[in-house]
Write a protein that binds this ligand. Structure first.
Ligand SMILES: Nc1nc2c(ncn2[C@@H]2O[C@H](COP(=O)(O)OP(=O)(O)OP(=O)(O)O)[C@@H](O)[C@H]2O)c(=O)[nH]1
Ligand SMILES: [Mg+2]
Length: 664
């Protein structure tokens, strides 16, 4: 069977990523061979390579129950197995969020299942992922499809528990229970999922290349497990929201969309894709195909209108017929299923976007480091050129000229050393400011805020209590971020002034210090705030009995904000460590050059023979520096043009100007 378009694109994406890793590794070896990396930089490069290797692309499938999420996953990715690999049935099937990926660390196939009772604990699913002991483990024999299908059925297991227990777990809600509506009372026993979360490592070629599929259960599960809306969906590269042609857009579809899906992807809206599934239910052999198509089109238009998305992002399809067509190798049915249109969109839009983000990040970090090395080498080259022409001009000159030159250099050196001293003072000032900045970002500080919020909310785990608590929390967190931003700007100004001084007074290369930008953290906080608001207004939380859900939401929210602050703190620390390095290195290098120059002049004044040998020495050094510059320019070029579709070699100077804004 021909290879699907998404398969192909993911494959070329992963080749592109390998190329990128190769370029960064070349740079790593170059730095080592030329002895030009600080320990912080070495660590940063190591981390970058590691992150590139572990890079994953997550596609999340979200919808009310029975819209065909699991069927669509089977059709898109698992048709090669000749059958329905993941269980999909009428009514509720998927019982817990299920992540499908490949565990390259252990290089093995398995299912790990987290028991539902863990909902009673404060730990998040993310926390549990670090503690394998809490998960039930089932080995998978990837070569034995029957064993795999059988084992996968464990994921959808449910069990009957007494009403009180279901309530305790936050898994019973009268308003959405048909039994309650019919009988006016709650049943004695309630069916609940056996598992809370499933991790499936499976050696599928796409999963091996870093694809992660997140299948979610319908029916309020999203509201029940806030981590989904707060962490898992927003971090997915694309969220596929499914509707079904046989039901149209129902009230519960709209509720899920409004409260859980749209907000989660508010920032990157075009990664939200709508699939209008089950179009085969509209097929009618007694009707003209054009009329069938017209009614599919009408449904798509109305779905786009109701969800407020572009019609271009609504894909009518039939997952079931698509799966069948692929299994039977039926080209015509596959075309009619229109699965290919969605595959093409994923391949042409989602993957390239991910690639752009990755490249931009890499250019901002590794690219900036290369530019810094280039600036240092350019400075070195300029110094050597200057000294060479000075020494060449001394040929045949008398001793007085040399003595005069020596005293001039001494004066220059003294002026320079005075500035170095004042630089040390600025450094101390910088440290004080840096401490303030890190203090504002500290976890202790945030924990104080969390405790204050908790106190505010004590005994009122209701929507009103939550509103009050969330206001305290977000006001405090926003305030902290603003303080950090202020400190970061002051720190940057100080560093800039220092850089400028050395550039103007001593001709050191002009460098614009890197910024510490808090925009990303602030907008992530804002997103969390929007989530909290959407959650507060959602129907789940308007019920009085939902204090459990509110508490869980609060815990997830806080844990997310906490890791956001932790990350900001780490980034700020790394920034502070690195931001002065280019200048420190140049100051030291310039100092050594000045000493060397004086030493040369002194030796020449003692014996004229040293002049020629020193000129030769400088010429050799200069050639070496030029060679280094060439190599580094090539690496820079490779990094900037990797997979850009623009392989033509740019002249070195142009390529530097090309991205001057992003660089140093
Ligand atoms: N006619 C038709 N039925 C479909 C299609 N896709 C899925 N179904 C059927 O709809 C039912 C539900 O499909 P699932 O894939 O289990 O739905 P889901 O969204 O994963 O549902 P939950 O796991 O319960 O949240 C199954 O019986 C599928 O066979 C389709 O394109 N056409
Ligand atoms: Mg399902």
């Amino acid at each position: 069977m021909k290879q699907d378009q998404f398969d192909q694109s993911l494959q070329s994406y992963s080749l592109w990523r390998d190329d990128l890793i190769h370029t960064v590794e070349q740079y790593q070896s170059w730095l080592e061979a030329n002895d030009m990396a600080s320990p912080e930089q070495e660590f940063r490069i190591f981390e970058t390579i590691d992150a590139l290797r572990k890079d994953r692309l997550t596609l999340a499938f979200v919808a009310e129950f029975s819209r065909g999420k699991t069927e669509l996953i089977n059709a898109l990715f698992f048709s090669h197995y000749g059958q329905r690999l993941l269980p999909s049935e009428a009514g509720r099937t998927t019982m817990c969020p299920t992540e499908l990926f490949y565990d390259t660390d252990s290089d093995s196939a398995y299912i790990h299942l987290l028991p539902i009772e863990t909902r009673l604990q404060e730990q998040s699913i993310a926390d549990y992922k670090h503690e394998p002991i809490h998960w039930t483990q089932i080995a998978l024999d990837a070569g034995d499809t029957a064993q795999v299908t059988e084992a996968l059925h464990e994921v959808i297991r449910t069990r009957q528990v007494p009403l009180a227990q279901a309530r305790e777990l936050g898994l019973y809600d009268e308003q959405s229970d048909p039994y309650f509506r019919a009988h006016g009372s709650a049943p004695a026993q309630v069916e609940i999922p056996h598992w809370r979360h499933a991790l499936i490592s499976f050696p599928h070629p796409l999963l091996k290349q870093g694809l992660v599929i997140l299948d979610t259960p319908g029916l309020n599960a999203i509201g029940n497990e806030p981590e989904l809306t707060l962490n898992m969906l927003p971090s997915a590269q694309a969220v596929l929201f499914l509707l079904a042609a046989d039901t149209g857009v129902t009230r519960s579809d709209m509720e899920m969309w409004e409260h859980h899906v749209r907000a989660a992807h508010a920032r990157s809206g075009d990664n939200l894709v709508i699939a209008l599934n089950k179009i085969d239910t509209l097929w009618d052999e007694l009707k003209e195909p054009s009329r069938v198509n017209a009614s599919i089109e009408t449904q798509c238009n109305s779905a786009a209108e109701q969800l407020h998305v572009d019609r271009g992002r609504v894909f009518p399809l039939s997952a079931q017929k698509g799966l069948l067509a692929k299994i039977r190798d039926d080209e015509r049915l596959l075309r009619d299923s229109r699965l290919g249109e969605l595959e093409a969109y994923l391949a042409e839009t989602i993957l390239p976007r991910k690639r752009d983000i990755m490249r931009e990040n890499l250019i901002a970090h590794i690219g900036a480091m290369i530019d810094e090395n280039l600036a240092l080498l350019e400075g070195r080259k300029r110094d050597a050129d200057k000294q060479l022409s000075e020494l060449r001009s001394l040929r045949g000159k008398n001793a007085d000229v040399i003595v005069h030159l020596m005293s001039k250099s001494r004066e220059e050196q003294a002026a320079y050393l005075r500035n170095v001293e004042s630089f040390q003072n600025s450094r101390r000032l910088l440290q004080t400011q840096a401490r303030n900045m890190l203090e504002a970002l500290s976890i202790d500080n945030l924990d104080r805020l969390i405790n204050k919020t908790r106190e505010n909310m004590t005994h009122s785990w209701t929507t009103t209590g939550m509103k009050r608590g969330m206001e305290t929390f977000f006001d405090g967190a926003r305030d902290a971020m603003e303080q950090v931003s202020g400190h970061a700007e002051q720190t940057r100004m100080l560093i800039r002034a220092t850089y400028k001084k050395f550039h103007e007074e001593h001709g050191l290369p002009q460098i614009t210090p890197k910024q510490f930008d808090t925009t990303d953290y602030s907008s992530e906080l804002e997103r969390l705030y929007q989530e909290a608001e959407a959650f507060r207004r959602s129907p789940v939380t308007t019920m009085t009995e939902q204090s459990f859900v509110i508490k869980k939401f609060f815990i997830s929210l806080v844990s997310h904000a906490r890791s956001l602050f932790f990350k900001a703190n780490q980034d700020a620390n790394a920034w502070l460590k690195e931001v002065m390095n280019p200048l420190v290195r140049q100051i030291n290098e310039h100092k050594a050059t000045m000493e060397k120059r004086l030493d040369t002049l002194r030796r020449i004044s003692e014996s004229r023979d040293t002049l020629d040998s020193r000129i030769k020495e400088l010429e050799v050094g200069l050639r070496h520096t030029r060679g280094q510059l060439d190599e580094l320019q090539q690496l820079r070029h490779a990094l900037h043009n990797n997979g850009n579709g623009r392989k033509a070699s740019l002249p070195a100077e142009d390529s530097r100007r090309d991205t001057a804004g992003i660089a140093v």
